[in-house]
Write a protein that binds this ligand. Structure first.
Ligand code: 6GU
Length: 227
Protein backbone atom coordinates (compact mmCIF):
# COMPACT_ATOMS: atom_id res chain seq x y z
CA UNK A 1 0.00 0.00 0.00
CA UNK A 2 1.17 3.52 -0.84
CA UNK A 3 0.19 6.36 1.51
CA UNK A 4 0.75 10.06 0.71
CA UNK A 5 0.14 12.67 3.39
CA UNK A 6 -0.19 16.40 2.62
CA UNK A 7 0.13 18.65 5.69
CA UNK A 8 1.64 21.92 6.92
CA UNK A 9 3.12 19.91 9.84
CA UNK A 10 5.25 17.15 8.28
CA UNK A 11 7.07 16.72 11.65
CA UNK A 12 3.86 15.26 13.13
CA UNK A 13 4.39 12.10 11.12
CA UNK A 14 7.87 11.25 12.44
CA UNK A 15 6.26 8.67 14.73
CA UNK A 16 5.36 6.57 11.69
CA UNK A 17 9.02 5.48 11.70
CA UNK A 18 8.57 3.51 14.95
CA UNK A 19 6.65 0.48 16.21
CA UNK A 20 4.57 -1.83 14.04
CA UNK A 21 4.09 0.59 11.13
CA UNK A 22 7.79 1.47 11.12
CA UNK A 23 8.57 -2.23 10.72
CA UNK A 24 5.93 -2.55 7.97
CA UNK A 25 7.65 0.32 6.13
CA UNK A 26 11.09 -1.29 6.57
CA UNK A 27 9.66 -4.54 5.18
CA UNK A 28 8.21 -2.74 2.15
CA UNK A 29 4.56 -3.55 3.01
CA UNK A 30 3.59 0.11 3.38
CA UNK A 31 5.27 3.00 1.56
CA UNK A 32 4.57 6.36 3.22
CA UNK A 33 5.51 9.79 1.81
CA UNK A 34 4.85 13.06 3.67
CA UNK A 35 4.51 16.28 1.65
CA UNK A 36 4.71 19.84 3.02
CA UNK A 37 1.76 21.84 1.65
CA UNK A 38 3.90 25.01 1.78
CA UNK A 39 6.20 23.53 -0.88
CA UNK A 40 3.29 24.11 -3.30
CA UNK A 41 2.99 27.85 -2.59
CA UNK A 42 4.72 30.51 -4.71
CA UNK A 43 4.69 33.63 -2.51
CA UNK A 44 7.49 34.77 -0.22
CA UNK A 45 5.47 34.00 2.92
CA UNK A 46 4.38 30.54 1.72
CA UNK A 47 0.77 31.46 2.49
CA UNK A 48 -1.74 28.60 2.77
CA UNK A 49 -4.78 30.34 4.30
CA UNK A 50 -7.01 33.38 3.92
CA UNK A 51 -10.18 34.91 5.37
CA UNK A 52 -13.52 33.19 4.64
CA UNK A 53 -15.87 34.58 1.96
CA UNK A 54 -19.12 35.55 3.62
CA UNK A 55 -17.33 36.45 6.84
CA UNK A 56 -16.95 34.55 10.08
CA UNK A 57 -14.23 33.54 12.48
CA UNK A 58 -10.95 31.87 11.60
CA UNK A 59 -9.12 31.20 8.38
CA UNK A 60 -9.76 28.85 5.46
CA UNK A 61 -7.06 27.02 3.51
CA UNK A 62 -6.71 28.43 -0.03
CA UNK A 63 -7.34 26.00 -2.89
CA UNK A 64 -4.27 26.69 -5.08
CA UNK A 65 -1.55 24.90 -3.04
CA UNK A 66 -3.93 21.98 -2.41
CA UNK A 67 -4.64 21.74 -6.13
CA UNK A 68 -0.94 21.57 -7.01
CA UNK A 69 -0.17 19.06 -4.24
CA UNK A 70 -3.07 16.77 -5.19
CA UNK A 71 -2.17 17.02 -8.91
CA UNK A 72 1.14 15.45 -7.89
CA UNK A 73 -0.08 12.62 -5.62
CA UNK A 74 -3.70 11.81 -6.54
CA UNK A 75 -4.35 9.13 -9.17
CA UNK A 76 -7.66 7.61 -10.40
CA UNK A 77 -6.99 4.54 -8.21
CA UNK A 78 -6.40 6.67 -5.08
CA UNK A 79 -8.82 7.21 -2.23
CA UNK A 80 -8.49 10.76 -0.89
CA UNK A 81 -9.16 10.88 2.84
CA UNK A 82 -10.04 14.26 4.30
CA UNK A 83 -10.12 14.14 8.12
CA UNK A 84 -12.88 16.48 9.29
CA UNK A 85 -15.21 16.75 12.29
CA UNK A 86 -17.93 17.20 9.62
CA UNK A 87 -17.15 13.84 8.00
CA UNK A 88 -18.78 10.42 8.36
CA UNK A 89 -17.78 8.53 11.49
CA UNK A 90 -14.62 6.41 10.98
CA UNK A 91 -15.25 2.78 11.99
CA UNK A 92 -13.47 -0.57 11.95
CA UNK A 93 -15.61 -1.49 8.90
CA UNK A 94 -14.24 1.54 7.00
CA UNK A 95 -10.71 0.63 8.15
CA UNK A 96 -11.26 -2.86 6.63
CA UNK A 97 -12.45 -1.36 3.33
CA UNK A 98 -9.50 1.04 3.14
CA UNK A 99 -6.99 -1.74 3.95
CA UNK A 100 -7.67 -3.30 0.51
CA UNK A 101 -6.82 -0.11 -1.41
CA UNK A 102 -3.54 0.35 -3.30
CA UNK A 103 -3.20 4.09 -2.70
CA UNK A 104 -4.44 6.37 0.08
CA UNK A 105 -3.90 10.14 0.13
CA UNK A 106 -4.51 12.14 3.33
CA UNK A 107 -5.31 15.86 3.06
CA UNK A 108 -4.73 17.29 6.55
CA UNK A 109 -6.49 20.62 6.94
CA UNK A 110 -5.92 23.14 9.70
CA UNK A 111 -7.81 26.25 10.81
CA UNK A 112 -11.50 26.17 9.84
CA UNK A 113 -10.95 23.71 6.99
CA UNK A 114 -10.06 23.66 3.31
CA UNK A 115 -11.85 25.57 0.51
CA UNK A 116 -14.76 23.27 -0.49
CA UNK A 117 -13.75 23.39 -4.17
CA UNK A 118 -10.68 21.25 -3.37
CA UNK A 119 -12.88 18.32 -2.28
CA UNK A 120 -15.31 18.95 -5.17
CA UNK A 121 -12.45 18.93 -7.68
CA UNK A 122 -10.79 15.86 -6.14
CA UNK A 123 -14.13 14.01 -6.37
CA UNK A 124 -13.90 14.31 -10.16
CA UNK A 125 -10.44 12.65 -10.14
CA UNK A 126 -10.66 10.01 -7.41
CA UNK A 127 -12.88 8.62 -4.65
CA UNK A 128 -13.06 10.97 -1.65
CA UNK A 129 -13.97 10.16 1.96
CA UNK A 130 -14.37 12.83 4.61
CA UNK A 131 -13.86 10.99 7.91
CA UNK A 132 -14.40 12.04 11.53
CA UNK A 133 -12.95 10.21 14.53
CA UNK A 134 -15.87 11.12 16.76
CA UNK A 135 -17.92 13.90 18.24
CA UNK A 136 -15.23 16.25 19.48
CA UNK A 137 -13.00 18.84 17.83
CA UNK A 138 -9.27 18.57 17.12
CA UNK A 139 -7.13 21.47 15.87
CA UNK A 140 -6.49 19.83 12.54
CA UNK A 141 -6.46 16.62 10.55
CA UNK A 142 -2.99 15.38 11.51
CA UNK A 143 -3.82 13.39 14.66
CA UNK A 144 -6.94 11.98 12.98
CA UNK A 145 -4.93 10.96 9.90
CA UNK A 146 -2.46 9.18 12.19
CA UNK A 147 -5.31 7.26 13.85
CA UNK A 148 -6.74 6.21 10.48
CA UNK A 149 -3.29 5.20 9.18
CA UNK A 150 -2.66 3.04 12.26
CA UNK A 151 -6.11 1.40 12.14
CA UNK A 152 -5.82 0.70 8.40
CA UNK A 153 -2.11 -0.15 8.31
CA UNK A 154 -2.39 -2.97 10.85
CA UNK A 155 -5.06 -4.64 8.65
CA UNK A 156 -2.78 -4.72 5.60
CA UNK A 157 -1.82 -8.39 5.09
CA UNK A 158 1.54 -9.22 6.70
CA UNK A 159 1.74 -6.13 8.96
CA UNK A 160 0.46 -7.93 12.08
CA UNK A 161 2.43 -11.15 12.67
CA UNK A 162 -0.45 -13.29 13.92
CA UNK A 163 -3.60 -12.48 11.90
CA UNK A 164 -5.73 -14.46 14.39
CA UNK A 165 -5.03 -11.73 16.94
CA UNK A 166 -7.04 -9.38 14.70
CA UNK A 167 -10.19 -11.52 14.90
CA UNK A 168 -10.94 -11.39 18.63
CA UNK A 169 -10.52 -7.65 18.97
CA UNK A 170 -13.04 -5.12 20.12
CA UNK A 171 -15.34 -4.01 17.30
CA UNK A 172 -14.57 -6.86 14.92
CA UNK A 173 -17.23 -9.07 16.51
CA UNK A 174 -19.53 -6.22 17.49
CA UNK A 175 -18.66 -6.66 21.19
CA UNK A 176 -15.93 -5.15 23.35
CA UNK A 177 -12.96 -7.35 24.33
CA UNK A 178 -12.92 -9.55 27.43
CA UNK A 179 -10.39 -8.75 30.21
CA UNK A 180 -6.94 -10.35 29.94
CA UNK A 181 -4.60 -11.67 32.65
CA UNK A 182 -1.05 -12.99 32.79
CA UNK A 183 1.41 -14.12 35.50
CA UNK A 184 1.63 -13.87 38.47
CA UNK A 185 -1.54 -15.81 39.45
CA UNK A 186 -1.96 -13.45 42.42
CA UNK A 187 -0.89 -9.79 42.48
CA UNK A 188 -1.43 -7.29 45.33
CA UNK A 189 -3.96 -9.64 46.84
CA UNK A 190 -5.92 -9.99 43.60
CA UNK A 191 -6.17 -13.48 42.12
CA UNK A 192 -6.66 -14.20 38.43
CA UNK A 193 -10.27 -15.47 37.88
CA UNK A 194 -9.92 -19.21 38.76
CA UNK A 195 -11.76 -20.36 35.61
CA UNK A 196 -8.78 -19.18 33.51
CA UNK A 197 -6.55 -21.68 35.40
CA UNK A 198 -9.05 -24.57 35.02
CA UNK A 199 -7.84 -25.87 31.66
CA UNK A 200 -11.52 -26.17 30.60
CA UNK A 201 -11.44 -24.42 27.23
CA UNK A 202 -15.21 -24.56 26.67
CA UNK A 203 -15.90 -23.01 30.07
CA UNK A 204 -13.23 -20.37 29.45
CA UNK A 205 -14.78 -19.44 26.09
CA UNK A 206 -18.24 -19.08 27.72
CA UNK A 207 -16.85 -16.97 30.57
CA UNK A 208 -15.05 -14.68 28.12
CA UNK A 209 -18.22 -14.25 26.05
CA UNK A 210 -20.21 -13.36 29.21
CA UNK A 211 -17.54 -10.82 30.11
CA UNK A 212 -17.79 -9.29 26.63
CA UNK A 213 -21.57 -9.02 26.88
CA UNK A 214 -21.48 -7.56 30.39
CA UNK A 215 -18.85 -4.98 29.46
CA UNK A 216 -20.59 -3.99 26.23
CA UNK A 217 -23.96 -3.60 28.04
CA UNK A 218 -22.30 -1.44 30.69
CA UNK A 219 -20.11 0.92 28.63
CA UNK A 220 -21.40 0.71 25.02
CA UNK A 221 -25.08 -0.33 25.00
CA UNK A 222 -25.36 1.39 21.59
CA UNK A 223 -23.33 -1.48 20.09
CA UNK A 224 -26.08 -3.92 21.13
CA UNK A 225 -28.72 -1.77 19.50
CA UNK A 226 -30.40 -0.92 22.82
CA UNK A 227 -28.83 2.40 23.74
CL1 6GU B 1 -11.05 13.92 11.53
N1 6GU B 1 -10.67 16.36 12.42
C1 6GU B 1 -10.81 17.32 13.35
N2 6GU B 1 -10.26 18.54 13.13
N3 6GU B 1 -11.47 17.17 14.48
C2 6GU B 1 -12.00 15.96 14.68
C3 6GU B 1 -11.89 14.91 13.78
C4 6GU B 1 -11.21 15.15 12.63
N4 6GU B 1 -12.53 13.83 14.27
C5 6GU B 1 -13.01 14.21 15.43
N5 6GU B 1 -12.71 15.49 15.70
Amino acid sequence: MRIDIVTIFPEFFGVLDVSLLGKARDRGLIDIAVHDLRDYTHDRHRTVDDTPYGGGAGMVMRPEPWGEALDEVLTPESVLIVPSPAGERFTQAIARELSTEARLVFACGRYEGIDQRVVDYASSVARVRELSLGDYVLNGGEVAAMAVIEAVGRLVPGVVGNPESLDEESHEGGLLEYPSYTKPAEWRGMPVPPILLSGNHGAIASWRYEQQLERTRRVRPDLLGDS
